[in-house]
Design a protein around this ligand. Structure first.
Ligand code: CMC
Length: 433
């Protein structure tokens, strides 16, 4: 959206002087518009990892990383997690406002109506090798939807609306089917008498010999966890979705790319790696102090998984909610998970350590979500898939906003070239190794 300038900064490079407008967002964050910098001065900005670069304006999600605030369209994430179901938040993100009771019921019906996948697509699952990672399957299946539902190409409003609903509905079906494939059980079809999260849990856990194997606490936890994941402004995967969308690629292709970006261990894949780290500590009986020492050692590549964040320089508000939820699910199951004890010890030790204090490293969303999924019986390699199901409405909202933004241009950063200067090709017999 075009922004109104509130002031001006001057950039001086050699003999060039450039007046750059300064903008302010609705929560007070300031940005300097350098869009004419190269044209006017012949110089570009250098900002690896885009740590200081605003790539767009957005009205979807607000984060204050210093204060630990996260809001979707103005609502605090804790408020939404406490008072809404996931589909209400999906509606909020993709359509702009929370649904009324009637809108929610109609939306729920639509999600049910679109929950099956084409039978030919179901065949795909059987051709993946055993132990395929479900994130690989998920990404491939999502981009395949564009072949099965080509209405998308017509780009009419109602088609887009249908595509969005279809995608939100089908992603959990694809996710559950990929899990069933990985354990060699028959796929369980979605049911119209279940709501979104119940349906997912049913497709995951019921079988020809086991019916409705989920509890109200599991349904509540699924709703809350998906809400915690629902959006996080211009993170790695959302930026990927926007970058792919900016080339004109369709929604399915853009989301499929986002799923791949999320998979990485520094992003959504961290939830899986947190559990692998905790399992390893438990199995080896490693002392928590040793783990912390390893994480602090600059010569060692190990990092404390589930700790640190590009934006949060205080406690991640999602981690706080996830921790309480994890304790609640464990209490409801009347079980004890030694990995939770280790996680809490690690947290206490890290938060008291000057290395973590000086760098503002706190638990992030992934530190406790994996433990909760584990307690619910969701296998470790499905954790990032859960994250993807939750993040989908956020990705879609970012993509739709991009499409409606008159300032959108194809994403195409510059670089500072450091390779060889011009040279000519030697005949092959003269080249040296
Ligand atoms: N353990 C040990 N040291 C760390 C950690 C950690 N988890 N995270 C950051 N640091 C150190 C880092 O070594 C650096 O130290 P120094 O200044 O001495 O070089 C300093 O803290 C700043 O770290 P950075 O890597 O420059 O920060 P970043 O903003 O580029 O990276 C991060 C953010 C999330 C990738 C990083 O904190 C990390 O690798 N964390 C572990 C992986 C993880 O939990 N990822 C999930 C992120 S939240 C969910 C999501 O994004 O989807």
């Amino acid at each position: 959206m075009p922004l109104e300038p509130i002031g001006q900064a001057t950039i001086k490079i050699d003999e060039h002087e450039l007046a750059c407008p300064i903008f302010r967002g609705s929560e007070g964050e300031r940005a300097i518009d350098i869009s004419k910098l190269r044209k006017e001065t012949g110089t570009i900005t250098y900002d690896p990892g885009f740590m200081n670069t605003g790539s767009c304006s957005s009205a979807i999600t607000f984060i204050d990383g210093e204060k630990g605030i996260l809001r979707y369209r103005g609502y605090d994430v804790a408020d939404l997690a406490e008072n809404c179901e996931f589909i209400e938040v999906a509606y909020l993100l993709t359509r702009g406002s929370l649904p009324t009771a009637e809108q929610k019921s109609r939306y729920s019906g639509l999600l049910n109506q679109h929950s099956m996948i084409h039978e030919d697509m179901r065949e795909f699952f059987s051709h993946y090798p055993e132990h395929s990672h479900p994130m690989a399957i998920l990404s491939a299946m999502v981009v395949s939807l564009s072949s099965f539902y080509p209405e998308l190409g017509q780009n009419r409003h109602e088609d887009l609306d249908m595509t969005v609903t279809r995608l939100i509905s089908k992603l959990r079906t694809i996710a559950a089917f990929s899990y069933k494939k990985s354990i060699g059980e028959p796929a369980v079809y979605p049911r119209h008498d279940f709501k979104y999260c119940e349906n997912f849990l049913n497709m995951m856990f019921s079988s020809p010999v086991r019916k409705e194997p989920f509890t109200p606490v599991m349904v509540e936890a699924t709703n809350k966890l998906l809400i915690l994941h629902a959006d996080h402004e211009q993170n790695c995967s959302a930026s990927v979705v926007r970058a792919v969308g900016s080339s004109g690629a369709n929604l399915y292709a853009s989301i499929s790319a986002g799923i791949c970006a999320l998979w990485g261990p520094l992003h959504g894949g961290a939830n899986e790696h947190v559990i692998r780290m905790l399992v390893d500590i438990h199995a080896r009986g490693t002392k928590v102090k040793e783990v912390i020492a390893r994480a602090k050692d600059p010569r060692h590549p190990f990092r404390l998984m589930g700790f640190g964040h590009r934006v949060y320089k205080s406690y991640d508000p999602r981690a706080r909610i996830a921790k309480e939820l994890c304790q609640k699910v464990i209490a409801a199951n009347n079980t004890h998970d030694p990995l939770l004890d280790i996680a809490q010890e690690l947290e206490a030790e890290a938060l008291a350590d000057p290395y973590f204090q000086d760098r503002n490293l706190y638990p992030n969303v992934d530190f406790y979500t994996g433990l909760t999924y584990r307690e619910m019986g969701i296998p470790t390699n499905m954790f990032t898939v859960m994250f993807a199901i939750g993040r989908l409405p956020g990705w879609i909202a970012q993509w739709l906003e991009l499409k409606n933004d008159t300032e959108t241009r194809i994403a195409r950063p510059r670089q500072v070239y450091t390779g060889p200067n011009v040279r000519t090709v030697d005949p092959i017999e003269n080249r040296e190794d």
